[in-house]
Ligand binder design. Structure first.
Ligand code: ATP
Length: 329
């Protein structure tokens, strides 16, 4: 028999992403609309283990849709990786009469959610909240569009100085395992190249870029580089150092955008995406869905088994690579 859900808990976990507040707001307001109680769990899984629970009403989420970060705070929680930690978390949920969880986070957070749901037969709905856009089964994740826009604004500024001094700038952006931010910000900012983890490992992406550059008459260049490292090598510093050693005729500079990519007000797209996904999370629970991530495919909300969302690598469309290569001529 299906459990009746009277109270849900909502938490944000892992790296923060613009739009998380819009998602918390949508989850809270949709649940309250259906007379479901809402418990805000502070600091992700850490708060679940330490019973940092706050009763949420509709007004708890007033004036938050436009704010970056997450009002629930977020954390990386080592204890939740252990069976003892998850047992504590479960016992606290039982004590607080929380019947179901909505977890807003990235790959790691949803991997933890999947394990937790399996161990304790809990209804959990995941929302893809990460700037990396690396979750399988959804075209976009909450925060990706805002981060992309932030990066493009920064690259536009760096372009001015790169042009003035005839320099090659390696701009490092986030994406430990995924190159969506680097590839698409390169296209959007008119950069000359992107070095991404999905790039063919047999190809030296730096050499390929220099080779292409020889055929062009440009004397400054912008290269977007994912922070990803393979076998200990990678990142903007690594490529700039190689330029200094292997191609000393070029003046190479590095900018690491770092945490400014996470901050700032969410874009309109992220606010709408987060609102639709938060609404869908409660609808899914009420329909009896269990352990699915809410995704968006061709502008329609879809339910993706969390196990599929976290285990499969989301490929970069090869067309995006061609678009950048051709348009950077
Ligand atoms: P982002 O990629 O945007 O930073 P994320 O959700 O992938 O977000 P992680 O640091 O990988 O961030 O994971 C967040 C938290 O999820 C971890 O600190 C841990 O508490 C939990 N978690 C991650 N992997 C597991 C796992 N295999 N088992 C249990 N819990 C996990």
């Amino acid at each position: 028999m299906e459990r009746v859900i009277k109270t849900i808990g909502v938490l944000t976990s892992g790296g923060d992403a613009p739009g998380m507040n819009a998602a918390i707001r949508a989850v809270t307001r949709t649940a309250r609309y259906h007379d479901i109680n809402v418990v805000g769990i502070m600091r992700g899984y850490q708060g679940l283990i330490e019973k940092e629970f706050v009763k949420f009403t509709s007004s708890s989420v007033s004036n938050t849709i436009q704010r970056g970060g997450t009002i629930l705070k977020t954390a990386r929680c080592g204890e939740f990786m252990t069976a003892e930690g998850r047992k504590k978390a479960y016992d606290n949920m039982v004590e607080a009469a929380i019947d179901a969880l909505v977890v807003i986070g990235g790959n790691g957070s949803l991997t933890g959610a999947q394990l937790f749901a399996k161990e304790y037969d809990l209804p959990i709905i995941g929302l893809p909240g990460t700037i990396d856009n690396d979750l399988y089964g959804t075209d976009f994740t909450i925060g990706y569009d805002s981060a992309l826009n932030t990066i493009v604004q920064c690259v536009d500024k760096i372009r001015d100085t790169a042009n003035s001094h005839d320099r090659i700038f390696f701009i490092e952006v986030m994406g430990r395992d995924a190159g969506f931010l680097a590839q698409n910000s390169a296209i959007a900012s008119g950069a000359e190249a992107a070095i991404i983890p999905e790039g063919d490992t047999d190809v030296d992406q730096l050499a390929a870029f220099i080779e292409r550059g020889k055929r062009k008459s440009k004397n400054s260049a912008i290269v977007l580089v994912s922070e990803a490292q393979k076998n200990g090598v990678g990142g903007a510093m690594y490529y700039a150092e190689r330029i200094r050693n292997e191609y000393p005729q070029f003046d190479a500079r590095v900018t690491i955008l770092g945490h400014l990519q996470r901050g700032g007000t969410p874009s309109a797209y992220d606010r709408i995406l987060a609102s639709r996904m938060g609404y869908a999370a409660i609808e899914a629970l009420m329909e009896g869905q269990r352990n699915v991530m809410i995704g968006i495919k061709n502008d329609e909300i879809v339910y993706v088994p969390i196990s599929r969302a976290v285990k499969n690598n989301k490929p970069i469309d090869a067309e995006l690579i061609s678009v950048l290569n051709v348009l950077s001529m």
